[in-house]
Design a protein around this ligand. Structure first.
Ligand SMILES: [Zn+2]
Length: 353
C-alpha cells in the first residue's frame, strides 16, 4: 500500500488542508479497479469504520499477491467538513462559508477527461478544488463507492436506474435492505458526477457489467461499532472479490437480492406539517399497513388536542427516521418505501437537502 498526501492551500493564508489517499496496485492491468471513499459529509463515520477494517484485509491480500485491480481508498474525503464544529456540535453536511451541501454541485463532465478540473492550488475556492480532486481520483476506476450514512436508518444504497440491474450484487454483498433507484438527476452529487461520463457513452460501449457507481448509506449516524464496521468491511470485501478486484476462492456471494428495489417516486417522505416535539410510533425496519400511525408531532405541550398524528399514505417499509426529536415545520421525519408511486408531487433530484 502506498500513502499519498494531497496538499491544498487554504482560501486564506495559514489554513492548508491535506487529503490522505491509500493506493493498492493491482497485478492484472485488465482487472476491474475500485475507488472507495467515506465521510464526504465530514462526521458520517459508519463508512469510515468499514474502511478502517477493510484496509488491513486489503494489506493481507496484497501481501499474498491477491490484489488484481487497482484500489484507491480515501477514508476521510472531506477535511474541510471534518473540521466544522460550532458550539460543541459537529456540522459536516453543508460548507459553512457557502451553505452548499458537500455532496452537491460536483462538476458533471462529458467524458473521463479530467484535465479541465482545477488543481489543488488553482485560484478557486477550496471546496471546489477538493471536489475536483475527489473526482479526479475516482473517475479512472470502474467501481466507485461513496460511503455515507443516514440519520436513523437501515442499510441501503442509491443507484442510478441504468446501473441497478447490474449492481444487485453490491446490495447482496452489503446486506442492504433496499436499493433506491434514481433517475433524472441527483443534484450533481458525487455519485452523479461519477456516473455522468458513463451515461454520456453510447449504450454499447458502457460495459455496465464491469461498472458500479453508488452512494452507500450504511445505516444511521450513531451506528459506529467495531462489529458493524467489521461486518461492513467484509461486505465490501465480498463485493470486490465478486467483481474480480481481489482474488479469494473462499468468498462466495448469493445470487438473489431479496431486498426492495424502490424508485424514488415510490418513496413517501413524511414531513412535519408544524414544528414541535416528535413522538415516533415506528422505527426503521417496521412494515406498516396503509393508515398506520407513524409519528405524532406535539405542537402545544400539555394540550393533546394540538397533537398532529401522521399516518402511512400507503403500505410499506420504514427505511429511515430523524434522530432529532425537535423539528421545524416542513422538516423531513421519515422515509417509507411504498409499492406504488407517492401521491405527493416529486421535484426532480435528491430526496433531501
Ligand atoms: Zn452523507
Amino acid at each position: 500500500m502506498k500513502t499519498e498526501m494531497i496538499k491544498f492551500a487554504g482560501d486564506v493564508p495559514g489554513n492548508a488542508i491535506e487529503l490522505r489517499v491509500l493506493r493498492f496496485e493491482g497485478s492484472d492491468k485488465s482487472a476491474t479497479s475500485a475507488y472507495l471513499q467515506s465521510s464526504l459529509h465530514g462526521g458520517e463515520l459508519p463508512g469510515q469504520a468499514a474502511l478502517h477494517f477493510l484496509v488491513p484485509m486489503l494489506k493481507k491480500a496484497e501481501a499474498e499477491g491477491r490484489i488484481l485491480g487497482n484500489i484507491t481508498i480515501v477514508p476521510q474525503a472531506n477535511p474541510i467538513g471534518s473540521n466544522q464544529w460550532q458550539a460543541y456540535q459537529h456540522m459536516g453536511r453543508f460548507e459553512f462559508h457557502t451553505q452548499v451541501n458537500f455532496n452537491r454541485a460536483f462538476p458533471l463532465l462529458p467524458d473521463f477527461d479530467t484535465s479541465s478540473l482545477p488543481g489543488p492550488d488553482a485560484p478557486v475556492a477550496l471546496a471546489q478544488r477538493l471536489k475536483a480532486a475527489l473526482l479526479r481520483l475516482a473517475l479512472p476506476h470502474d467501481i466507485v463507492l461513496d460511503l455515507h450514512c443516514d440519520d436513523e436508518s437501515e442499510s441501503y444504497v442509491y443507484i442510478a436506474d441504468e446501473f441497478v440491474e447490474d449492481m444487485k450484487d453490491l446490495a447482496i454483498a452489503l446486506n442492504s435492505t433496499a436499493i433506491l433507484a434514481w433517475d433524472t438527476t441527483a443534484d450533481a452529487a458525487f455519485e452523479e458526477a461519477c456516473a455522468h461520463p458513463v451515461l454520456q457513452m453510447p449504450q454499447s460501449e458502457r460495459n455496465m457489467k464491469r461498472r458500479a457507481v453508488t452512494t452507500v448509506e450504511f445505516r444511521g449516524l450513531t451506528d459506529v461499532y467495531a462489529d458493524m464496521g467489521k461486518g461492513d468491511a467484509e461486505g465490501l470485501y465480498r463485493f470486490l472479490v465478486h467483481r474480480g478486484v481481489i482474488r479469494d476462492e473462499s468468498v462466495k456471494l448469493d445470487t438473489e437480492f431479496k431486498g426492495l428495489v424502490t424508485p424514488l417516486s415510490h418513496v413517501e417522505m413524511i414531513r412535519a406539517p408544524e414544528g414541535g416535539m416528535v413522538l415516533y410510533h415506528v422505527e426503521p425496519g417496521d412494515v406498516v399497513e396503509e393508515g398506520a400511525k407513524l409519528v405524532t408531532v406535539v405542537t402545544t405541550p400539555g394540550e393533546p388536542e394540538g397533537d398532529i398524528t401522521l399516518t402511512a399514505p400507503q403500505a410499506g417499509r420504514i427505511l429511515t427516521r430523524r434522530s432529532l426529536r425537535y423539528v421545524r415545520r416542513g422538516d423531513d421525519l421519515l422515509k417509507l418505501l411504498g409499492a406504488k408511486p407517492s401521491a405527493v408531487e416529486k421535484r426532480p433530484g435528491t430526496l433531501e437537502a
